[in-house]
Write a protein that binds this ligand. Structure first.
Ligand SMILES: Nc1ncnc2c1ncn2[C@@H]1O[C@H](COP(=O)(O)OP(=O)(O)OP(=O)(O)O)[C@@H](O)[C@H]1O
Length: 717
């Protein structure tokens, strides 16, 4: 039966738009024509014939309870809504408002409300601009909207709560994904600036509410929800022990996870079937399951209430879930002190946000007492995401195993041999290359010194003993045997002379046919061409260009060790060099800071060199001169005689002294003594002396018959 609407309503500017009020003993309906702008209608219970009306708008007035509520956007929704028992059986309406009771006085002020439509329109527009879908919003509370700030994270949670004021003039919102926590407010008629300036303002802190199950209207879980949990392998017993309940709002039912402290309800988080979350406002933020870890020596921390319940199914009650999966809300104080909780097992989600949460928890709770778990593989490419997934697909035993196999949370700089097992295996099977060192090419040195990538060899000897010659000969041998390439920082050598010395050793002929080489065929022009190619393929030169151009004054702008190492690094990356020669040490810039002793300076410099060698698997030969030897009687110097610091011998991996005979009575003049004075790595050699013969024509070193030589010496000339 149709009635003329109350006078007050007819005064609305929209009253000529075909709006009709329908009333019965309990019914109060407002209809509008499809052509009119969108507005409200009121209804309580609908007659079948009316429910099919395409023009029905949503308002409900209950004369019995004297309450009026907004309900459905269309009869289609209305029909569906009538059919469903609760939100768990049928497709829910993501952004549908929870029916909001309004008083009779609200109905009386409908006139004002129509005027307010304009405000609402502007407000919606502003919300839209911010990215909040307010298109279907009326005044009221909305949960489960998509947060434009975080887009619901990885799991696409619909985590935004929006409250639109009674008069449609203002809105406040909060994202309950605390990893986001976006909050804001806007007003319809405030300036654009003020609208946006208030967007991220946190609301004034409200006092913490005291809540009870009764005050929140919580009730035991219905059979549908029990089935929902059973599907996720969570038993009734676990649900009961954790006081998991439900809350009805109209015809929707949400799971209510009760947060307790000392057995008292302090907060409640709701979750509907679509994983929409919302929380009781102004309640304490504590770990979910806090009472379960009071006396626990091991504490498991997960990232959701379902995971906490899953852990219980695997036999672990000593588990808490972070409130909102949110590091900012976690207080280390909630976790038992170090004396009580010896292990904190972080079982956060396997996704990057979950790992970030674990990192933040470890930082706050103390990495040293944290452990982490590895989620098992789901298939070739994926891992299980969380505890509940493992429980559902692999069962409680598998989840238990995951926790039992937790490993220490990594601490930067603190390692276990376990972390290096792959490398140890490779070393054992010699699959890294050159683990036993590369032979120098001289039989006499095979037992004493072999060359390993990444080590530092210091070479010393009195002036003119042949240090540079011997190193060059070694490089040529290594190039010939294993194809190694080298970076040369030999400032004392002119490039053409260095080239000559290397070519003579490579081609085994003298560069010139005068004096030292007059009786031997010199390197031919064809050999020179081939040799030049070999030189450029095998060596990189590190040189100071200013010095080359002879623009430098004494001690001016000498290359520093850092400069040399940086160029050597580039040579490694660009040309794949395997060795670096720095010859000699005193040609580098050694302007040490005034507060540093020479010993400290040398130590620091050698640390840099060693770091370079190890990092780039590049062997470094470092030539250092001995200090001036008083009362020298012609014997090889000691490594401790190196000018500057005992650190040369202390810090190097290998220490070699090159010495040559200068006394015709003591033996052949070409006899060279290679004194291996230090070998850190027993795999590659040991301390001892080797004798080689120096070929002055080609600069080559070769093995000699030491036994024959010694017996000849005994017999005398
Ligand atoms: N065993 C040897 N017999 C004869 N001459 C040698 C022998 N070893 C090196 N020489 C010669 O000594 C000279 C200097 O050699 P080299 O430059 O290698 O010595 P060094 O120890 O590096 O010298 P410095 O201390 O000046 O750096 C070269 O002309 C080289 O041919």
């Amino acid at each position: 039966m149709l009635f003329t609407p109350p006078r007050k309503l007819l005064l609305s500017p929209y009253s000529k738009s075909g709006r009709i009020i329908v009333m019965g003993s309990k019914n109060f309906l407002l209809l509008k024509s499809p052509a009119a702008p969108a507005t409200y209608a009121c209804l309580h219970s609908l007659h079948d014939s009316l429910s099919s009306s395409s023009t029905l708008r949503t308002f409900i007035f209950d004369s019995y309870t004297r309450k009026c509520s907004r309900l459905f956007a269309s009869p289609k929704q209305l029909q569906l809504s009538y059919q469903r028992a609760n939100g768990y059986s049928f497709t829910p309406y993501a952004a549908m408002p929870i029916p909001r009771p309004i008083s009779v006085s609200d109905v009386e002020s409908l006139e004002n409300q129509f005027v307010d439509d304009k405000k609402l329109m502007i407000l919606k527009q502003k919300l839209q601009e911010i990215g909040i879908d307010g298109s279907s919003c009326m005044p009221g509370q909305y949960n489960g909207l998509v947060c434009p700030s975080c887009k619901g994270g990885e799991s696409n949670e619909k985590s935004l709560s929006l409250h639109v004021d009674e008069d449609g003039g203002a809105a406040v919102w909060t994202c309950f994904r605390a990893k986001c926590g976006w909050k804001g407010a806007t007003r319809a008629f405030a300036g654009v600036n003020s609208t946006y300036s208030t967007m991220n303002k946190t609301k004034t802190k409200q006092p913490i509410r005291t809540i009870t199950e009764e005050s929140l209207g919580l009730e035991p879980l219905c059979s549908e929800l029990l089935a929902y949990f059973a599907e996720r392998m969570i038993s009734g017993e676990t649900l009961q022990r954790n006081a998991v309940m439900q809350k009805r709002t109209g015809d929707q039912i949400a799971i209510a996870f009760t947060y307790q402290r000392n057995g008292e309800l302090v907060s409640c988080k709701y979750r509907d079937i679509n994983k929409k979350f919302w929380q009781e406002a102004n309640t304490e933020k504590v770990f979910y399951g806090l009472d379960d870890i009071k006396e626990a020596s091991d504490v498991i921390i997960v990232e959701g209430e379902m995971d906490k319940l899953a852990m219980e199914e695997a036999g672990f009650k000593n588990c808490v879930s972070v409130p909102d999966g949110a590091p900012p809300k976690v207080s280390a104080k909630e976790v038992p002190a170090e004396e009580k909780a010896s292990r904190i097992i972080l079982a956060t989600d396997a996704d990057p946000p979950g790992q970030a949460l674990a990192e933040e928890l470890a930082r706050r709770l103390g990495r040293e007492r944290c452990w982490r778990i590895k989620w098992p593989k789901k298939n070739d490419t994926e891992y299980f995401k969380d505890a509940n997934e493992v429980l559902m697909y692999m069962g409680p035993d598998a989840l238990k195993e995951v926790i039992e196999n937790a490993e220490l949370y990594p601490i930067r700089g603190l390692f276990n041999f376990r972390d290096y097992f792959d490398e140890i295996n490779d070393y054992y099977h010699q699959s890294l290359g050159f683990e036993l060192g590369v032979s120098t090419g001289w039989r006499a040195l095979n037992e004493l010194y072999n060359v390993v990538p990444g080590e530092l060899t210091i070479v010393t000897g009195v002036p003119n003993s042949g240090k540079s010659e011997w190193i060059d000969a070694l490089l040529v041998n290594l190039n010939h045997s294993v194809g190694w390439k080298f970076a040369l920082c030999s400032m004392e050598n002119r490039v053409r002379e260095h080239g000559r010395k290397l070519l003579e050793k490579h081609i085994k002929k003298p560069f010139f046919d005068v004096r030292y080489g007059e009786r031997v065929e010199r390197i031919s022009t064809e050999e020179l061409e081939q040799g030049k190619k070999w030189l450029s393929d095998s060596f990189s030169l590190i040189r100071n260009i200013l010095e080359e151009m002879q623009l430098l004054c004494e001690n001016d702008c000498l290359p520093s060790i850092s400069w040399v190492l940086e160029l050597a690094r580039i040579a490694v990356l660009r040309h794949g060099v395997n060795g670096l020669v720095i010859d000699p040490y005193n040609e580098l810039d050694h302007q040490r800071p005034p507060n540093q002793t020479e010993t400290e300076y040398v130590s620091q410099m050698l640390t840099k060199v060693k770091r370079f060698a190890q990092h780039h698997s590049c062997h470094v030969w470092f030539v250092a001169h001995p200090r001036q030897l008083h009362n020298w009687i012609g014997g090889p110097p000691n490594m401790y005689d190196i000018s500057g610091s005992a650190h040369f011998i202390n810090k190097c991996d290998n220490g070699i002294v090159i010495h040559r005979n200068r006394d015709p009575d003591a033996g052949p003049m070409d006899l060279v003594q290679v004194c291996v004075r230090k070998v850190r790595n027993k795999v590659i050699g040991t301390i001892g002396d080797a004798y080689l013969s120096y070929n002055r024509v080609t600069g080559e070193y070769s093995d000699i018959d030491v036994a024959g030589l010694l017996s000849k010496r005994k017999r005398g000339p």
